[in-house]
Write a protein that binds this ligand. Structure first.
Ligand code: NAP
Length: 287
């Protein structure tokens, strides 16, 4: 019987995961189909229940469910629990086990593609959703010097900053974390003193309400910064266009997507992810 791996999110038209995950499964001649399960909020529970069927290996979880999905799984690994967000589920003997491979994907891409070491640097994160949580903990784990987190919904950024500060205290780290509302007058100042700016919002993503918008204008972006947009579709987002105008270095979300997907693939199959095949399949569908 053909086995299934699903992608749970809403909307999903922007996603490249089905392309490169299927290419990796086909590389090993596995009788497994990776399917996009576009899931409206009211369908979430029913779709998660589908993961308990015997022919389902697991799933990826994407926008907007990385935090919400915690309520529906049985076992949460230590890292996903610390972060408060999940992007990978594996179904073993009808038990749903939750993991987060976004941290690994983000750090591996930062190192391999941008040769950027966050230690001691000033960083700004735009957003406080599931992806921002992973990026926040990834940067804290690498002893980033200071972190400003900016989000439209203040309660959400407050919750993330509290979690980050708790972790800093427990782990004996020294990073300073500040939060700012989206329209803060201090936003320009924060951006201008950053060496790393990471967009973890959906602003600029194809098929989102704000697909043509950049969260920052060129004159807010310092020339010596790395601007990392987690959005990968389109390949050159409005933010990355502004960053290039400012003379900054840029990275889009495609390498992180493939690296986090490779880690998920290894959890589901126990086989080494064929990275070249995955990158080629992902790049085929971006512009
Ligand atoms: P999420 O949990 O739904 O969070 C969405 C974030 O975007 C929230 O902070 C939200 O702010 C913010 N946002 C949405 N519309 C906005 C607007 N008009 N103005 C300002 N902020 C806005 O989604 P997620 O899972 O974190 O994903 C976020 C983005 O990262 C997506 O584009 C996703 O594709 C990308 N991502 C990429 C990778 C990769 O591997 N490259 C991995 C993970 C995620 P509020 O809290 O105010 O709603």
């Amino acid at each position: 019987m053909t086995q299934l791996i699903g992608l749970i999110g809403y909307p999903l038209r922007h996603s490249l995961s089905p392309d490169f995950q299927q290419a990796a499964l086909d590389y090993y001649h596995l009788d497994v189909h990776y399917e996009a399960w576009e899931t409206s909020p009211k369908m979430l529970r029913a779709v998660v229940d589908k993961l308990r069927q015997p022919n389902v290996i697991g799933a990826n979880v994407t926008v907007p469910y990385k935090e919400k999905i915690l309520d529906f799984v049985d076992v949460i690994d230590a890292s996903a629990r610390e972060i408060g967000a999940v992007n990978t589920i594996v179904s073993r003997e009808e038990e749903l086990q939750a993991h987060n491979t976004d941290v690994e994907g983000f750090l591996r891409s930062l190192d391999t593609e941008a040769k950027f070491d966050p230690k001691g640097k000033c960083a700004t994160i735009l957003g406080a959703g599931g992806a921002a949580r992973a990026v926040c903990f990834a940067l804290l784990s690498q002893d980033v010097g200071s972190l400003v987190i900016i989000n439209r919904t203040v309660e959400r950024v407050e919750a993330l900053v509290k979690k980050g500060r708790d972790y800093i205290a427990r782990a004996g780290k020294t990073t300073e974390i500040l939060l700012m509302p989206w329209h803060s007058s201090r936003l320009r100042e924060a951006a201008r003193s950053s060496q790393l700016i990471v967009n973890c919002t959906t602003v600029g993503m194809w098929h989102s309400l704000d697909e043509s918008q950049s969260p920052l204008a060129a004159d807010w972006i310092p020339q010596n910064a790395l601007v990392y947009d987690l959005v990968y579709n389109p390949a050159e987002t409005p933010l990355l266009r502004e960053a290039k105008k400012a003379g900054a270095s840029t990275l889009n979300g495609l390498p992180m997507l493939v690296y986090q997907g490779a880690a998920s693939f290894e959890i589901w199959t126990g086989r080494e992810a064929p990275l070249d095949i995955m990158f080629a399949a992902a790049r085929k569908r971006t512009t």
